[in-house]
Design a protein around this ligand. Structure first.
Ligand code: NI
Ligand code: MN
Length: 226
């Protein structure tokens, strides 16, 4: 599995030759100027919720690539109005099998209005299970006890968790969350992009180490293999 970081909470994940793109927010991101959104690959686009910093490039990339967009019902209706045709609507608790593996939609405590103010439904996280490994993409979340269900009923090899605080949980809660989901390997997201969520990255990595866990903070544009 190859993981490419496009900044903020946007990752491209290649599983068995299929390209999954999570929460595309590239063009408006000052920190991702070196990424050209018009060349980003996608066979699937997964959208956790409707906020601008998770959906900004979804319409243009979906139209260019023809990728299938996986999102909640309300976002699927909104994308349809923007002219996106290839959409697979889901909702919290649901699981579907695609050609790369399973996607299970899990709860995410946050909010989810769309950029024009329309209702974005409930935010979701995704558990992806594939022959190449399993991971959890949390989206924007608060720490909740419900996350223990993920640890009890699914087997997670690594997880993408927000660590920027202010709008989502921060580092301390992400460490507790990694206990709840029973996963020691965390890739950080939703930090440093704007003033409210600037963090001390070195301190964050150290805190994870001290709790026996590993926090990976990727450079924008970098690709790692899991
Ligand atoms: Ni958000
Ligand atoms: Mn956000």
């Amino acid at each position: 599995m190859n993981i490419t970081y496009y900044g903020h909470s946007c990752f491209g994940i290649e599983i068995n030759g299929k390209h999954l793109l999570f929460d595309p927010f590239i063009t408006p991101n000052e920190m991702a100027k070196q990424i050209d959104a018009t060349t980003v690959k996608a066979d699937y686009i997964l959208i956790s919720h409707g906020h601008e910093d998770h959906i900004a490039d979804a319409v243009s990339i979906a139209k260019r690539t023809g990728a299938k967009v996986i999102c909640n019902w309300e976002i699927s209706v909104w994308l349809g109005k923007q002219g996106v045709e290839n959409i697979h609507p889901m909702n919290t608790g649901g699981k579907t099998t695609f050609d790369f593996g399973n996607v299970k939609c899990v709860m995410a405590v946050h909010s989810s209005s769309l950029p024009d103010g329309s209702n974005g439904g409930n935010p979701m996280g995704f558990v992806v299970e594939s022959p190449e490994g399993n991971f959890y993409y949390a989206g924007d979340i608060a720490l909740t006890y419900d996350m223990k269900l993920i640890g009890e009923y699914r087997s997670i090899d690594f997880a993408f968790l927000p660590i920027g605080d202010n709008f989502t949980m921060g580092v301390d809660n992400a460490i507790i969350a990694s206990e709840f989901i029973n996963c020691k390997k965390i890739i950080g997201m939703h930090y440093d992009t704007f003033g409210y969520i600037k963090i001390d990255k070195e301190a964050a990595v150290t805190k994870f180490n001290h709790s026996g866990k590993q926090l990976t903070l990727m450079y924008i544009g970098a690709t790692i293999t899991k």
